[in-house]
Design a protein around this ligand. Structure first.
Ligand code: NAD
Ligand code: 022
Ligand code: ZN
Length: 375
């Protein structure tokens, strides 16, 4: 069938909105009509050419929501008409990782997903007879896409696509990092570095978890009111604090007879390795945990003194907030519909598909929290 898509033709070039061919779903696959998609940093990272694993030409996009319009042979868990969110971290419930209960990083389709093809090793997308790569197993920058059955979460039908698409990445990553990876407890003191589309969701996750102190750190003062909107209790401008940032944060979190200081949990939502070090070192000796969410540039390395870890701090990382997509995403949609979490104010811009390149401009200019394309 003919579908409308934004094609990443080459690194560093704008997306080209055009008509491409899409083959129907094969065994174990579903055809989804994408109704809305968010534009996230990883799409920009790949499009820019900075991602060494980026493949071109490709249909990018990994933050969508839509409706099942066809299913391939053998598909049992989902039917035509179901509303779904595509999952760049699938959940097969059968691989050693899924069965371990210790990780959400399902391995069922891992290698083909990274190669930009479906699990049978071929692509469903083409243009003029030439193959187009899939991206993160999702390719949501098209009004129809094909996905493995294990890579869609069925959601309730009254949820608005143009909002819940954000649960396909940013919302789940931020909230999941708090609830699944850190397992933050009531009363915890926390620091969030980077108050963008991920950090703000960490903040609302911390509010949900009942954290008593939620310190937001950013280099941009305009993020203060954004943080407060979702539950931040204190703001620190990292540029103003300069080299005193870590001692300043430790000082702010001092309590108890020993007056040691340091946060129970810290979160890097910047992807900057210097910030990752600050986040670890601002956590409490003996028990502080620092969660890396930000994706650093290819080849980057993190550093700290071993003493920081020997004295009981823990460095952790998280992908998709540690969420098991088919199990956890429908619950997060319910939380949104029940008003337990907010999404609407974070979607600062919407546009039709032909204007998708504006979403990348807004991201570069730091003007948006999230842009959403509505098909
Ligand atoms: P964003 O650009 O919207 O936000 C980043 C924020 O960090 C901005 O407000 C910026 O001002 C701030 N910042 C930059 N340098 C800083 C510094 N030195 N100190 C403090 N703050 C600083 O980005 P986002 O959409 O929130 O994404 C954040 C990161 O999370 C990206 O690296 C993205 O790739 C990553 N991410 C990871 C996962 C995952 O599963 N691990 C999922 C989604 C996104
Ligand atoms: C989403 N991300 C950043 C912004 N939006 C993002 C990027 C990468 C990962 C998670 C979220 C990630 C962490 C660990 C892995 N990935 C490896 C998973 C594994 O090997 O099992 C990751 C994922 C997908 C892809 C590449 C890396 C891909 O499909 N190309 C989940
Ligand atoms: Zn993303």
């Amino acid at each position: 069938m003919d579908v409308r898509a934004a094609v990443a033709v080459a690194a560093g070039k704008p997306l080209e909105v055009t008509t491409v061919k899409l083959e129907g779903p094969k065994a174990g696959e579903v055809l989804v009509e994408i109704k809305a998609t968010g534009i996230c940093h990883t799409d920009e990272f790949t499009l820019s050419g900075a991602d060494p694993e980026g493949l071109f030409p490709a249909i990018l996009g990994h933050e969508g929501a839509g409706v099942i319009v066809d299913i391939g042979p053998g598909v049992t868990s989902i039917k035509k008409g179901d509303h779904v969110i595509p999952l760049y971290t699938p959940e097969c419930r059968q691989c050693p990782s899924c069965l371990s209960r210790k990780t959400n990083l399902c391995t069922a389709i891992r290698s083909t997903q990274g190669q930009g093809v479906m699990p049978d090793g071929t692509s469903r997308f083409s243009i003029g007879g030439k193959k187009l790569h899939h991206y993160m197993g999702t390719s949501t920058f098209a009004n129809f896409t094909v996905l493995p059955e294990i890579a869609v979460a069925k959601i309730r039908e009254d949820a608005p696509f143009d909002k819940v698409c954000y649960i396909g990445c940013g919302v789940t990553t931020g909230i999941g990092a708090v609830l699944n990876t850190a397992k933050v407890e009531t009363g915890a003191k926390c620091v969030v570095f980077g108050l963008g589309g991920i950090g703000l969701n960490v903040i609302q996750g911390l509010r949900l978890a009942g954290a008593s102190m939620i310190i937001g750190v950013d280099i941009n003062d305009s993020k203060k009111s954004w943080g407060e909107r979702f539950g931040m209790t204190h703001f620190v401008n990292a540029t103003q604090a300069g080299n005193d940032l870590v001692p300043h944060l430790v000082n702010m979190t001092k309590s108890g007879a020993d007056q040691i200081g340091g946060a129970d949990y810290t979160f890097d939502c910047t992807g900057n390795v210097k910030v990752m070090r600050q986040a670890l070192e601002a956590s409490h000796r003996g028990w502080g945990q620092s969660i890396i969410i930000g994706v650093a540039p290819a080849g980057a390395e993190i550093a700290t003194r071993p003493f920081q870890l020997v004295t009981g701090r823990t460095w952790k990382g998280t992908a998709f907030g540690g969420a098991r997509g088919r199990t956890d995403v429908p619950t997060i949609v319910d939380w949104y519909m029940d008003g337990k979490i907010e999404i609407d104010p974070m979607i600062t811009h919407t546009m039709p598909l032909p204007d998708i390149n504006k979403a990348f401009d807004l991201m570069h200019e730091g003007k948006s929290i999230r842009s959403v394309v509505i098909f």
